[in-house]
Design a binder for this molecule. Structure first.
Ligand code: KG4
Ligand code: ZN
Length: 368
């Protein structure tokens, strides 16, 4: 794991490049396009492509500069192959291929979802490696972003089983769409977190979805419809007041996170999991981290009570470890998480044998 990797991610609306070594992040540059997409209330693919093209050279140069390395010291170039927006992915892949070819480096294609899943394992440069850095497996990766919401069983690094996924919208997408109903701008997720702190989560009760279905899938479109009906009813006579908006944000955030944690607790009861890893844009939300920690502790309490009642108290109980990215930059789309995955792939010799043929895979899924 001594190899330095230059990684690139242009899967959606952030242009990012990073230098990593194993799980250590040397640099992680993200040029955000949020302001460009605000007028559209979402990401506009052709605008994203153009902005990636304008940013990519500068972002790559800055990632190398901040890491204090040159291309000569880089062992491999990694890039997001998918899933993502096709025109956006293309820019990063083209740049990665050009760099790999010019500097004679191997090319590593990375799955963006796998990268979000492993992002909690990334470490800051300078910290001494400790035994707590090595993950205990199997772990459960919970990826909650604007494009994805999944529960992934990590049997080994590189060996995954998707236990559940959203059957409609992603959680972040739901927050963004509901936020738009009360004019919170784009993306609404971070604003909802801020306003929710000032509101009452029980003010506007929303249903808990999918309780009658005993799988681990998620669904957020029903919550979105409920929220829309609620806003229409509340604004029939006058616009929402400040406190009502805060209460509404607290209520929708509570409903979304309660749904995730309900399914999480079902998974924890169904199989032995040693660690829970939270990744994806929504993992920046402190309330979500708190709710997940609370769900884990509750599960452990139940387990202890059950063991005690079975006079089985002697069975050693090891706590489930919770990990989330050490900085917000690793929650949103970024290239450092791509580099972290590539580090393991390089160790396993999983490099592209025909780099010139690597193409974008907008619908790439996580099956291995
Ligand atoms: O991972 P990401 O940058 O892009 C995707 O791969 O989708 O995630 C973006 C999503 C958006 O929906 C945004 O509203 C949400 O993450 N988000 C948050 C927070 N920060 C970003 N949602 C809730 N609370 C936050 N603090
Ligand atoms: Zn993402």
């Amino acid at each position: 794991m001594n190899h330095l990797i230059l990684a690139i991610d242009t899967s959606c609306d952030d242009t990012s490049a990073a230098v990593t070594q194993g799980t250590v992040v040397y640099s992680n540059v993200v040029a955000s396009q949020t302001e460009l997409h605000k007028p559209f209330g979402g990401v506009f693919p052709t605008v994203a492509k153009q902005a990636h093209k304008e940013n990519i050279d500068r972002v790559v140069a800055l990632a190398l500069k901040r890491a204090g390395v040159t291309m000569a010291e880089i062992s491999a170039v990694a890039v997001t192959q998918g899933p993502g927006l096709a025109p956006a992915l293309e820019v990063g892949i083209t740049k990665a291929k050009a760099l790999a070819s010019e500097f004679h480096k191997p090319l590593i294609a990375v799955n963006h979802i796998e990268a979000h899943a492993l992002s909690p394992l990334a470490r800051a440069r300078g910290g001494a490696p400790t035994s707590s850095n090595s993950p205990r497996l199997p772990a459960l990766a919970v990826v909650i972003s604007g494009g994805h919401s999944l529960f992934i069983l990590v049997k080994a690094i590189g060996e995954y089983e998707v236990l559940g996924t959203t059957i409609d919208d992603a959680a972040g997408e739901c927050l963004d769409k509901v936020g738009r109903l009360v004019n919170l701008g784009y993306p609404a997720g971070p604003v909802i977190e801020k306003f929710a702190k000032l509101g009452n989560p029980k003010a506007y009760p929303l249903p808990l979805p999918m309780t009658h279905i005993h799988d681990f899938n998620l669904s957020f479109s029903g919550l979105k419809t409920h929220a829309r009906t609620m806003v229409e009813r509340l604004t029939q006579d006058k616009p929402l007041g400040k406190q009502e908006v805060y209460d509404f944000c607290a209520s929708i955030q509570y409903a979304v996170f309660r749904h995730i944690c309900y399914k999480l607790s079902k998974i924890l009861s169904s199989q032995q999991i040693h660690e829970v890893w939270l990744g994806g844009g929504v993992s920046a939300n402190v309330a979500l981290r708190t709710e997940i920690r609370r769900t884990i502790r509750e599960h452990e309490r139940e387990l202890r009570t059950r063991k005690e009642s079975q006079r089985n108290a002697s069975v050693a109980h090891t706590a489930i470890r919770f990990r989330a990215p050490y900085t917000k930059r690793l929650c949103i789309d970024n290239a450092a998480m791509i580099g972290v995955v590539a580090g393991w792939k390089l160790e396993r010799g999983e490099v592209e044998l025909e780099p010139e043929k690597v193409d974008r895979k907008p619908r790439l899924s996580l099956k291995k």
